[in-house]
Write a protein that binds this ligand. Structure first.
Ligand SMILES: Cc1cc2nc3c(=O)[nH]c(=O)nc-3n(C[C@H](O)[C@H](O)[C@H](O)COP(=O)(O)O)c2cc1C
Length: 387
C-alpha cells in the first residue's frame, strides 16, 4: 500500500510531503510571511471554537452537497489557487484538476500555474475556475479573460491581496525564486539538498527542470524558455490594482466573479456593490503578512457587518473536517483549501491529491453526523461556541 494511502490526517500527508521535497521547496510551501505568525494564527483560530452537538436527530444519509452559481458540488470545500505548482510535483495543476473533477469539487487554477488555462479546461471543463492576478497591460489581462471564457471556465476569481510584488523572506534566504529555478550561483548550495531528496530530484530532472508558467508563455517574447517566461511574468504581473480594475473586470467578465483576498468589512461590502458574486475572505494562507489577523477572525467580523445576503467564501488554515464546519457555522458559504492538497499531491501525485480530499470529506461527513447535522444547511451558529 502506498504511503499516502496509510495517511489518516492532513498532518500525515504534510509529513510525507516535507520528507519528499527538498528543504528549500518544502520551506516555500510552508512559507509564511515573516516569523510565520499568519499561518500559525490561521490554524490556531480554529482551536478557539468547539462544537456543540445536537442530539436525537436523524442524520442518515449525511449529505455534504452544496450549490454554487447554479452547480451542485459534492462538498463544502474546493481547491484553491496555487502558483508554480509543477515544482512540487510534475503536472501538479493537471493532477488537481483531475482530482477535483472526480470528487466533484471546484478547482481554482492559479494565474501563475504551470499548466495552461486550456489544459485545465480540457481536463475538468465543469470544475475549473480561473484565478486572475491581472497584468500591467490591460490588453494582456483582457486576453487572459477571453481565454478563460473560451476554455469553458464559468467562474473567474480575481485575487486582489498583493498591491505590490510579494516579498518572500524564504526566497531571500535561499536565493531561489521558484518561478526561475536554481541559478549557477545558487546551484551548489542546493545540490546536497537535492541529493538528499532523490525521488523529487529524479522526477525534476526527468521532467526537464523547472516547468514553464504555461498561461503566460504565449505573451513572452517568441522562443522564450521557462526562465524568460518566468522573468516576463515577474515583470508584468499586476501591482497597484484598484477599484477601477475591479469595475473593468466586472464589465468584461459575464460569468460569476469572485474577489479573493479581502478581509475588511468595508471592502467586502464595496466589492459586493461593485458586482462581485462572492468574496473570499483570505489572507493568502498567511503568506502575505506575519502580523495579519487570523482568517477565521476576519470571517466573523465580515459576516457580522455584511449580514446574510453577501456570499462569502473562506480559506486559511483548514486541515480537518471540523474546520470546515466551524467556518460554515461562522458564516462561510463555501471553503477552499490550499496546503491540504499541496501536501497530498507533493507526497503522492494523483493518489495523494485524492487521499487529501478523501481525508477531509470523510472527516467532514463523520463530524456533521456527530453534531446532528444531516445536510450542510443544517450547520448553524448554534453548533459552535463563541471564541
Ligand atoms: C505555495 C502557495 C502558493 C499559492 N499561490 C497562490 C496563487 O497563485 N494565487 C492565489 O490567489 N493564491 C495563492 N495561494 C493562496 C491559496 O490560494 C490559499 O488562499 C491559501 O493557501 C489558503 O490557506 P491554507 O494553505 O492554509 O489552506 C498560495 C498558497 C500557497 C501556500
Amino acid at each position: 500500500m502506498a504511503a499516502v494511502e496509510r495517511a489518516v490526517t492532513i498532518e500525515d500527508l504534510r509529513r510525507l510531503a516535507l520528507r519528499r521535497l527538498p528543504n528549500f521547496i518544502g520551506r516555500y510551501v510552508e512559507q509564511a510571511a515573516g516569523d510565520g505568525g499568519g499561518v500559525a494564527r490561521n490554524i490556531a483560530a480554529f482551536r478557539q471554537h468547539q462544537l456543540i452537538p445536537r442530539g436525537l436527530v436523524n442524520v442518515t444519509p449525511v449529505d455534504t452537497t452544496t450549490e454554487l452559481f447554479g452547480k451542485k458540488y459534492s462538498s463544502l470545500f474546493g481547491i484553491s489557487a496555487v502558483g508554480t505548482g509543477g515544482i512540487y510535483r510534475r503536472h501538479f495543476d493537471e493532477i488537481l484538476a483531475e482530482a477535483a473533477r472526480d470528487a466533484n469539487l471546484p478547482y481554482i487554477l492559479s494565474g501563475s500555474a504551470t499548466a495552461s488555462i486550456e489544459a485545465a479546461g480540457r481536463i475538468a471543463p465543469d470544475h475549473t475556475w480561473f484565478q486572475l492576478y491581472g497584468a500591467k497591460s490591460e490588453s494582456l489581462t483582457d486576453h487572459m479573460i477571453g481565454r478563460a471564457k473560451d476554455a469553458g471556465v464559468k467562474v473567474l476569481v480575481l485575487t486582489v491581496d498583493y498591491p505590490i510584488r510579494p516579498r518572500s523572506e524564504v526566497v531571500e534566504r535561499t536565493g531561489v525564486a521558484l518561478a526561475s529555478g536554481p541559478t549557477l550561483r545558487t546551484f551548489p548550495r542546493l545540490f546536497l539538498d537535492a541529493v538528499r531528496h532523490p525521488l523529487w530530484t529524479a522526477e525534476y530532472l526527468r521532467g526537464g527542470g523547472t516547468p514553464k508558467l504555461e498561461s503566460w508563455a504565449p505573451y513572452a517574447p517568441p522562443g522564450s524558455g521557462r526562465k524568460q517566461v518566468a522573468r516576463f511574468y515577474v515583470d508584468n504581473w499586476v501591482s497597484n490594482q484598484t477599484w477601477r480594475d475591479l469595475d473593468r473586470v466586472r464589465k468584461l467578465w459575464k460569468g460569476a466573479l469572485v474577489v479573493k483576498g479581502l478581509v475588511h468589512p468595508g471592502d467586502v461590502l464595496r466589492a459586493a456593490q461593485a458586482g462581485a458574486d462572492a468574496v473570499t475572505i483570505s489572507n493568502h494562507g498567511g503568506n502575505k503578512l506575519d502580523c495579519m489577523q487570523g482568517a477565521l477572525d476576519s470571517l466573523v467580523n465580515v459576516r457580522k457587518a455584511a449580514g446574510p445576503n453577501v456570499r462569502l467564501f473562506f480559506d486559511g488554515g483548514i486541515r480537518r473536517g471540523s474546520d470546515l464546519i466551524v467556518a460554515k457555522a461562522l458564516g462561510a458559504d463555501h471553503c477552499f483549501i490550499g496546503r491540504a492538497t499541496i501536501y497530498g499531491t507533493a507526497a503522492g501525485g494523483l493518489q495523494g491529491a485524492k487521499r487529501a480530499i478523501d481525508i477531509l470529506q470523510t472527516d467532514l461527513a463523520y463530524t456533521m453526523a456527530m453534531i446532528g447535522c444531516r445536510t450542510a444547511a443544517d450547520i448553524t451558529r448554534e453548533h459552535v461556541t463563541a471564541s
